[in-house]
Ligand binder design. Structure first.
Ligand SMILES: Nc1ncnc2c1ncn2[C@@H]1O[C@H](COP(=O)(O)OP(=O)(O)OP(=O)(O)O)[C@@H](O)[C@H]1O
Ligand SMILES: [Mg+2]
Length: 843
């Protein structure tokens, strides 16, 4: 029940199985089904319920052992430490959770705002609902440009052609029509009355009933088996790599501390607690949260610029992007296309050309195109005498569309498309409206010449042709588009966009090389680029690319910045070539012809008004078709990566150095350098001080060039700054022991205050590569860091000090604190300068 084979069952049987009466579902029924079948996503985005997430964090082995050990110590009478451990674990878990969830919710809301919708019959009306909410049994109305929202059977279809390339790899349009029951089949080529999720409607319209949704669809299964999800980005890999690095160091330190304590016959429970607290201090447990929150903050800021980030990892990639491939229409031009003339083969205005163009645009049922709209709005013509018999829909390989029409006396195949392609199929031309002449080489050259000449003036040109057909001809096929009679040209103007000019310059100065990839011809593209002041350094056409080997293309990649007459697979080929050359590549496009390149790009960008397939594939959706916001997105992406890097640099140098010193101190001190609860408190305060990092500003010159994730830099930084920080700690130990003659409690108190202050305040050094006082931090971050350092220093003087085993240090200690922390910061500043001057730049 409610689970039908998609094809091959009689429709009435299928509808019965899907419990559908053919009039659509009620909202209540749909809600029930949605609970049962789950959201309609090919690969479900799973988010565990809150209690599972909380539990998951407590089930972290480190936390578990810690809780276990503190329970043991509670049993031996140390109740206070037990309560403190419990409170702290609880606090840090909830802090982390709340932040992370809020960030995820914000991003989900953004994603929903650009969700692909489809028209569904519900409660007797036809609302457009997000695809995710559809269920088996829903009846949907589809038109050209739509994505097929699930596996479904056709109820009605008119001139329906789809593209199933995502499923079968075949780029050509496939016709679908309603048929009687045939043998059950899952063979996509044979299933002509079935639409599959992941395909898109090229032309015509249809009504269909959904049989399978989400992961149950053929596409869903393909996806989960083929892992069609994009591979992890270098950023994600880098974060993971950093996590493993820290993990290894932690295991090493913990084992070291335990061994030392066992050798010195120290109490084992205390030693275990101390080692565990060290491990907690070392683990960058806030890392996932900081990453999500930083990326989400960037995404929210971009939303204010009307750029929607659908996939958070796109944020990093766009910051690293150094090549942006873009289409022409709408990005470089206004995309308000106007037809200006309709001329015959002699260049004279021709009513017949207009009429033929009008017939073609009027009757073709493909994806609404600005060119067709321009023809139809040129001047209203009466075509009521004509009826359409059939059509061969537009596709980007043929670059033409044909309709078969009749007015009772004539039957014509009317063709409109790219001049080169239409002329290749033409054998005659319409000389002066009456006589039809053979298209001899001279005439062909003259007509093509005219086309090139028009292009140089910035005019977009479509060729109009026709072919008289027999009345026995009742359907149009691809093969009919030969022996055409060339009628003339329709000429269009698509003026350059004034804002594109500054946007192109902004991108260039941000170190992003812009490449124009268009399906349009060379002359028009040249004209637009020249008008915009975009210097063409090299140009390759589709035909040239076709003949080019991979090596030849690679050799020319750097020099070329305009690619014309590209078919969709060629766009993808160029994009992949840049990717393989080690560039981080973005692709901006709005049509179904851009979808595969958008999918293959490191950063797929489309516009909200673009085709559904493109929106589905993109990581970034622009609400306004505007190149200048891309430059904003680039900056925002760079900023987020820089801020995440700050967090990691902090953790890997200062925090790590401190934990390392503590392990070392365990060697020679007769008592633990800090009590386990103090280590945990230290860690909690340190974490809290970093909560402002996602808000921080980044130096303008750091943002000036693409920012790539650089694990080597981080490791080098760690190796240089960590030991320096540790050396300083040992100096502090010496002063505490020999100047202040500190006993256990005072030593621990002094070291707690000192290590917290150095760890927290070093953010002011690390957050900029330059002289730290020249770069202004975000006020919240600055207040948090300074406030927590002061709080830590005053804590031993407060009434709650005994809870943590603190004693009030002498006044001289505070003088020492101020001096030593200042010295530490000055030293770190100097080291940082040396590091970025000599080590980071030498690679
Ligand atoms: N509706 C149409 N009817 C006939 N031919 C068309 C139609 N739309 C496009 N073409 C032809 O196909 C070619 C490629 O289409 P188009 O220019 O839209 O490609 P594109 O790659 O999306 O270009 P752009 O970079 O400008 O967005 C056009 O130059 C034109 O010759
Ligand atoms: Mg386009």
């Amino acid at each position: 029940m409610l689970d039908g084979a998609v094809s091959g069952v009689a429709l009435s049987v299928l509808c019965a199985r899907l419990e559908s009466d053919g009039r659509g579902l009620t909202s209540a029924d749909a809600a029930r089904r949605l609970r049962r079948f789950g959201p309609n996503q090919a690969v479900p985005r799973y988010r565990a319920p809150l209690w599972r997430q909380v539990l998951g964090r407590f089930l972290n082995p480190l936390v578990l052992i810690l809780l276990f050990a503190s329970t043991l110590s509670a049993a031996t009478g140390n109740l206070a430490s037990f309560a403190i451990v419990l409170t702290m674990v609880f606090l840090s878990v909830t802090l982390d959770m709340v932040q992370q969830r809020r960030a995820e919710d914000a991003v989900d809301a953004l994603r929903r705002s650009v969700a692909v919708t489809v028209r569904v019959l519900r409660d007797g009306s036809e609302p457009a609902l997000p695809v995710e909410t559809l269920v088996p049994g829903d009846i949907v109305r589809l038109a050209a440009g739509d994505l097929v929202p699930g596996d479904c059977r056709l109820l009605e279809a008119r001139d329906l052609f789809v593209n199933q390339a995502l499923l079968t790899g075949e780029p050509f349009p496939i016709q679908k029509q309603v048929k009687g029951p045939s043998a059950p089949t899952e063979d996509m080529a044979a299933a002509t009355d079935t639409l599959f999720m992941g395909s898109s409607i090229l032309s015509g319209s249809a009504t269909a009933i959904l049989c399978r949704t989400g992961p149950a669809t053929t596409f869903g299964q393909l996806r989960s088996s083929l892992m069609m999800e994009p591979p992890p980005t270098s950023f994600e890999l880098g974060i993971r790599g950093f996590g493993y690095l820290i993990l290894r160091l932690t295991v090493f330190l913990v084992l070291f501390v335990l061994t030392v304590n066992v050798l010195f016959h120290r109490p084992w429970l205390d030693s275990l607690m101390f080692a565990l607290a060290l491990a907690v201090g070392l683990t960058p447990e806030l890392l996932p949260m900081i990453v999500t929150v930083t990326l989400a903050k960037g995404a929210t800021r971009l939303a204010a610029r009307r750029v929607i980030v659908k996939r958070l990892t796109a944020m990093h990639n766009i910051g690293a992007m150094d090549v942006l491939c873009t289409d022409k229409t709408g990005t470089l031009t206004e995309a308000v296309i106007r037809m200006v003339r309709h001329i015959d083969a002699d260049g004279q205005d021709s009513e017949k050309v207009l009429r033929l163009a009008y017939l073609n645009s009027h009757f073709e049922s493909g994806i609404p195109s600005a060119l067709d709209e321009a023809i139809l709005s040129f001047r209203p013509l009466d075509v009521s005498g004509w009826t359409k018999i059939d059509e061969v829909p537009f596709d980007f390989e043929r670059r033409r569309v044909s309709v078969l029409v009749t007015d009772g006396t004539d039957r014509l195949l009317v063709v409109k498309g790219a001049p080169e392609d239409v002329l290749r199929q033409s054998t005659h031309y319409d000389a002066d409206d009456k006589s039809i002449q053979p298209l001899d080489p001279a005439a062909r050259a003259r007509i093509l010449d005219m086309f090139a000449h028009l292009g140089e003036q910035g005019l977009r040109v479509l060729a109009i042709a026709f072919r008289p057909m027999d009345f026995s001809h009742v359907s149009a096929r691809l093969g009919d588009e030969t022996k055409l009679v060339f009628a003339g040209y329709a000429l269009f103007l698509d003026p350059p966009k004034p804002s594109a000019d500054s946007a192109l310059r902004a991108l260039a100065s941000a170190g992003v090389a812009v490449k124009v990839l268009t399906g349009d011809n060379e002359q028009v593209t040249r004209h637009i680029c020249e008008t915009l002041g975009f210097p063409i350094t090299g140009l390759i056409t589709g035909d040239e690319l076709q003949a080019m080997s991979g090596d030849a293309l690679r050799a020319r990649l750097a020099g070329v910045n305009v690619f014309c007459r590209m078919t969709p697979p060629q766009k993808e080929r160029v994009l992949l070539a840049y990717k393989h050359a080690g560039r981080v590549v973005g692709f901006l496009g709005d049509g179904i012809n851009d979808a595969s390149a958008i999918h293959a790009a490191d950063v797929g960008i489309t516009v909200d008004s673009g085709a559904d397939v493109a929106k589905e594939a993109a990581g970034l959706v622009l609400l306004d078709h505007d190149l200048s916001v891309v430059a904003c997105a680039v900056m925002e992406g760079r900023r987020t990566v820089c801020n995440v890097t700050k967090y990691i640099l902090m953790g890997s140098s200062s925090n790590f150095g401190n934990m390392f010193s503590m392990a070392g101190a365990a060697l020679f001190l007769p008592f633990p350098p800090m009590l386990p609860t103090q280590v945990l408190l230290n860690n909690l305060l340190y974490d809290a001080s970093e909560a402002g990092i996602p808000l921080d500003t980044v130096d303008a010159d750091t943002l000036a060039l693409p920012v790539r994730w650089d694990l080597t830099l981080i490791q080098h930084f760690m190796l240089v700054m960590g030991p320096v920080s540790s050396a300083f700690d040992f100096l502090t130990f010496y002063v505490l022991l020999h100047v202040f003659n500190a006993g256990e409690a005072l030593f621990q108190t002094g070291w707690f205050v000192e290590s917290l202050a150095t760890q927290v305040l070093v953010i002011f050094i690390i957050r900029s590569r330059h002289l730290s006082w020249r770069s202004r931090p975000n006020p919240i971050l600055a207040a948090m860091a300074a406030g927590i350092a002061i709080f830590g220093a005053l804590l031993p003087l407060s009434p709650i000090a005994p809870w943590f085993g603190f004693v009030a240090p002498p006044a001289a200690f505070y003088l020492f604190l101020v001096l030593s922390v200042s010295a530490y910061l000055v030293m770190m500043e100097g080291m940082k300068r040396l590091f970025f001057r000599y080590i980071a730049s030498s690679g």
